[in-house]
Design a protein around this ligand. Structure first.
Ligand code: GTP
Ligand code: ZN
Length: 358
């Protein structure tokens, strides 16, 4: 095994280990292997970090069968001592998943065991409440604390205007307006970047995610070297490692998937973000009210009385529809797989009977 087990590595708690994971391991587990955190995922292997250092670990065949994507960056796994085999995936404290690129419905895990999702938008043209609501739904559905970062505060007249708007759609969520290049930025984000904390950035292109990472890692050079290295042609390529150590002891999960987040079956997240809208909708006359012109619709009535913002209702209906579609297609795919699984077994049984009959 390409590992340096025994060499000085980070401690388990520095790696983000918690009682939630520890209580999943039996004494036998701890005799057979050791816990390790997934830093990157390849076709049939994963790179992990553990108390001893790092290791390259073989995925078990059972996981390969349904795609190595079922282990993801940030996961905790049990690795067999003395071999290079992964024994087991530990239950996740949180999971961010998306609909796989190029697919209509296949869910793909992107980041496991995140503590905080840093949602980045800027105090300018990118600022869009409906986009924030989308990211908030993803975070709350995944049981990850969202924090909203409004960059380019130095370029706008009054960042408070933006913060006030955020406060309307994200009650009880921390929101900070800042200059991503500013000296005070690391201190302002320190509460979420302590030792063993796992974070990821999401947001549109150009809002300042890389700038924030560079500022937080103090030296731009150091930050980009951790994420990218030059290939033979001198171009930048993303290296294998997607779990990146930050100076305060936090871990940054940076995967291509985080940058193209497409909403999955995050219905409970949508409900949490729009609890005010759902409270109103509960008074609709019909349980299956579409809220789009149905008789006795309480949401329409609230809109007409000016009690709720039309943009927010539209955003709610759109996200709810997307999440419900994702849930339905996932369910249909599972049913199809079960159906074909049963057919396969029936054929096998038939063949066995024929053999025995001969
Ligand atoms: N003045 C100012 N400029 C900023 C701020 N944040 C980002 N920028 C600038 O905006 C540009 C885009 O920032 P990036 O950090 O590359 O944006 P990104 O979100 O990483 O973009 P992608 O890599 O495309 O996803 C850069 O030129 C930054 O210097 C800020 O708070 N203030
Ligand atoms: Zn209604």
């Amino acid at each position: 095994m390409t590992s340096n087990h025994g060499a000085a590595g980070p401690s388990l708690s520095q790696l983000g280990w918690r009682p939630f994971y520890a209580q999943q391991l039996t004494l036998q587990d701890l005799e057979a292997g050791f816990p390790a955190r997934v830093a990157s995922v390849h076709r049939s292997r994963i790179d992990v970090l553990h108390e001893g250092g790092d290791a390259s670990v073989t995925l078990p065949g059972s996981l390969l069968a349904d795609g190595s994507a079922s282990v993801t960056v940030g996961d905790w796994v049990l690795v067999e001592s003395g071999t290079d085999r992964m024994l087991r995936l530990l239950e996740r404290a949180s999971l961010i998943a998306r609909i796989a690129a190029g697919s209509q419905h296949e869910m793909q895990p992107i980041a496991a065991n995140l503590d905080t999702l840093l949602i980045v938008s800027s105090c300018n043209a990118d600022f869009n409440l409906s986009r924030l609501e989308r990211y908030l739904s993803v975070a709350l559905d995944a049981r990850v604390e969202p924090v909203i970062l409004l960059t380019k505060a130095d370029l706008c007249d009054d960042p408070r205007e933006y913060l006030d708007q955020v406060a309307q759609v994200a009650r009880n969520v921390a929101a900070i307006a800042l200059n991503a290049l500013g000296d005070e930025t690391p201190k302002r984000l320190a509460p979420w970047l302590g030792a063993g904390q796992s974070v990821a950035f999401v947001g549109s292109s150009g809002v300042g995610k890389s700038t924030l990472v560079n500022t937080l890692t103090l030296s731009a050079q150091q930050a980009t070297a951790g994420i990218r290295e030059d290939d033979a042609r001198g171009r930048h390529t993303t290296t294998a490692r997607n779990l990146i150590a930050m100076p305060g002891g936090a871990w940054l999960i940076d995967t291509p998937g985080m940058r193209e987040l497409k909403i999955g079956a995050v219905e409970s997240g949508v409900s949490a973000v729009f609890d005010d809208v759902e409270a109103l909708a509960s008074a609709c006359r019909y349980r299956d009210c579409s809220h789009e012109g149905d008789e006795g619709c309480a949401l329409q009535a609230a809109l007409e009385r000016g009690e709720i913002d039309e943009r927010r209702v539209t955003s709610y209906l759109k996200l709810q529809r997307e999440a419900a579609n994702a849930a339905r297609t996932t369910r249909e795919r599972r049913e199809r797989e079960r159906f074909f699984g049963r057919q396969y077994k029936a054929v096998q049984d038939q063949q066995r009977k024929e053999k025995q009959g001969r």
